[in-house]
Write a protein that binds this ligand. Structure first.
Ligand SMILES: [Zn+2]
Length: 282
């Protein structure tokens, strides 16, 4: 409960009746200010008060990166969805079903191609909404399909991870996607095609330990957590206080792990410029 729930909402209800949707506002996780969702969407989900970059959906991400938002999907094999018949507090198959229903996507990543500033580019964009953007077998297949498509057409390859890492419910099968994606990246590089990684918040675990840190160029959104293990776990293990901003984009930029930290509104122009340089096209 806060002043907004107790005070502002009843006032608005009194003014316009009871039809005020609960999701009209969103709280910024950094400055804790309430932001009008409409304003937030028109600002590419960047907080207008403190410039914090909130998570953005796959469709919005594609719309703000690709020319006219045009993005043709690339088909890929869907693997056995629950190879280990895994169950913790819930069955994995039920978790998958719930994620598919709530996210409207079939898996934690979307693959396709379009143009960025006129440069033909294949992309794989991760959805954190779908089981934390975790990489299972189908996501690995999607990644490989995207890489192979880029090679067959001679397009650049852009990866936009937003992921907690490997999908634990698939055990060794999900870990196997780490070397598979690395091989796919190497094939793209052997073909002389640009491989760009756009690191978003968060990029952690098996994803950061495989294809996400192999880009020709690493671009990161401001204040994105990019790590193998998060700071809380490290602090708990070594029992020491970590420096401020540890493992965030700016820290990684200062330590040479990231090439540039770019505001969301400037991402498309910057990626287009880099693709132009790498492909020798204006
Ligand atoms: Zn804020």
């Amino acid at each position: 409960m806060n002043w907004l729930t107790n005070f502002v909402r009843p006032k608005i209800r009194a003014l316009v009746g009871n039809e005020v949707p609960d999701n009209l506002w969103e709280k910024c996780p950094k400055c804790e200010q309430m932001v009008f969702r409409k304003e937030l969407c028109s600002n590419l989900r960047v907080c207008p008060h403190c410039d914090y970059h909130m998570k953005i959906g796959v469709d919005e991400r594609i719309a703000c990166l690709f020319d006219d938002g045009e993005f043709a999907k690339i088909p890929y094999n869907h693997c056995v969805s629950d190879p280990l018949k895994f169950k913790d507090t819930k069955r994995y198959s039920d978790r998958l079903k719930a994620a598919r229903e709530s996210d409207g996507k079939n898996e934690a990543a979307v693959v396709g191609y379009g143009k960025i500033g006129g440069h033909k580019t294949v992309a794989i964009v991760f959805s954190f909404e779908f089981m934390g953007g975790s990489m299972g077998t189908s996501v690995g297949e999607a990644f490989i399909a995207a890489a192979e498509y880029a090679i067959s057409k001679g397009y650049s390859f852009l990866v936009v991870p937003c992921s907690g890492g490997a999908r634990m419910q698939e055990g060794i099968f999900s870990l196997m996607q780490m070397p598979r994606t690395v091989v796919a990246v190497n094939k793209v590089k052997e073909s002389g095609l640009p491989y760009i990684v756009l690191l978003t918040n968060p990029t952690t675990g098996g994803v950061s330990a495989s294809f996400a840190m192999l880009g020709d160029i690493h671009i990161a959104e401001p204040e994105a957590l990019v790590a193998f293990t998060g700071p809380r776990v490290i602090e708990g293990t070594i029992r020491e206080k970590l420096p401020d901003g540890f493992q965030l984009s700016e820290y990684l930029f200062n330590h040479g792990m990231v090439d540039m930290v770019v505001h969301r509104k400037d991402l498309k122009d910057n990626i287009a410029k880099i693709l132009g340089i790498l492909t020798h096209k204006k």
